[in-house]
Design a protein around this ligand. Sequence first.
Ligand SMILES: Cc1cc2nc3c(=O)[nH]c(=O)nc-3n(C[C@H](O)[C@H](O)[C@H](O)COP(=O)(O)OP(=O)(O)OC[C@H]3O[C@@H](n4cnc5c(N)ncnc54)[C@H](O)[C@@H]3O)c2cc1C
Length: 323
Amino acid sequence: MVLVVTEQREGVLKKAAYEALLVGFGLARQKSEQPVAAVLGSGVSGLAERVVRFGVKEVVTLDDAVLEHYTSEAYSAAVADLAIDRGFTTVLFAATALGKDLASAVAARLETRLLQDCVVVELQDGAMVARRPVFAGKAIASVRAPDTGRTVVSIRPRAFDPQTQTEKSAEIVSAELKPLELRSRVAEIVRSVSETVELTEADVVVSGGRGMKGSENFGMLEELAKAVGAAVGASRAAVDAGWRDHQDQVGQTGKVVAPTVYIACGISGAIQHLVGMINSKCIVAVNKDAEANILKVADYGIVGDVFKVVPLLTDEFRKTPRA
Ligand SMILES: Cc1cc2nc3c(=O)[nH]c(=O)nc-3n(C[C@H](O)[C@H](O)[C@H](O)COP(=O)(O)OP(=O)(O)OC[C@H]3O[C@@H](n4cnc5c(N)ncnc54)[C@H](O)[C@@H]3O)c2cc1C
C-alpha cells in the first residue's frame, strides 16, 4: 500500500507534492491499487478537498495545532504512526528541503530503508528499483530495495510532470495524532524579505555569478526577474562573496531547480553549479568568455558583457506582454 505525504506551506500545496502523487500512482498501479494521500497541518481540511480531485483512493488528514508549523519531531511521529497503523509499505515524499528532512526522520522511526532524491521509481519483480543522481549528478545509481518490509522514498522535484487534476472524488478520513512529548517547538518564523517567487517553485530563474562583480549589480538581475516573473538565484561564488544569501544558491550545496527557463549571467558553469540547474527546460547564458562551460550546455548563448546585455534583455521583455 502506497502513502503519499503531500507537502503544503501555508495552506498551499507545493508543486512537488503533485509529482510525488504522480509517482505514487505509478507504483500503486503496478500493484493494481490506488495510492492514499496524507495531508498534515493545522486547518487543512480545504487542502484535503483539493487532493481528493487527483483520483487518490483516500485522503487522510492529520489536522492538529501541534502540526501548524513543521518540526521533524512531530511530523515524523505522525507519519510513522500512520504508516504502522494502516500498514503502508511505501511512504513517498517530495525531495524538497522539508521533504528530505521528514523522509529521513520517518525512515529512522520506522527503522527502515530510505531512497532519497529519486528521479525514477518503479517496481521490478515485486521489488522497488529507483534511480538517483550521485557525485553531483555525474553518475546515476540504481538501487534496489528488498521486496519485504517498508520503503521510504523521496522524489526529486521537477523530475516528473505533475499529476493533472481530475474531477474524481475520494473519501477524506481524519486520523488522530497520538499523544506526543515534544522536545522542540517553533518559537518564531523569520521570513526572508523577498518580493520575488520562491526559487524552487519558479518557472523562470535568473541567476548571477562572480561575473556580476558585486552585490549592488544584482539590482539589474532583480529588474530582469521582475520583467519575466522570475526568481533570482546565484552561484556559490556570488554567495561566498556575500553578495547574495545562501538560500539563493543553486547547485550541489545549494538548491536544485528545473524551471522552464534558466538565465545564467556571469556564471562559468562549474559542475557543482550545473548539477543544480541542468534539468532546466531551456538554458540561456550570458558570458563574455565564448569558451565558458555554461555556453556548452546552454540552448541560447549570448557572448557579451552582462552589464550591456542584461539591460537590453530587460527592456525587450518589458515590451513583450507575458502570457
Ligand atoms: C564541494 C563543492 C560544492 C560546491 N557547490 C556549489 C554550488 O552549490 N553552487 C555553485 O554555483 N558552485 C558550487 N561550488 C563552486 C564551483 O566549483 C564554482 O567555483 C562556482 O560555481 C563558480 O561560480 P561562478 O561561475 O559565479 O564564478 P566563476 O567560475 O569565477 O565564473 C565567473 C564567470 O563570469 C564571466 N564574466 C565575468 N565578467 C563578466 C561580464 N562582465 N559579463 C559576462 N560574463 C562575465 C566569466 O567569463 C566567468 O565565466 C562548489 C564547489 C565545491 C568544491
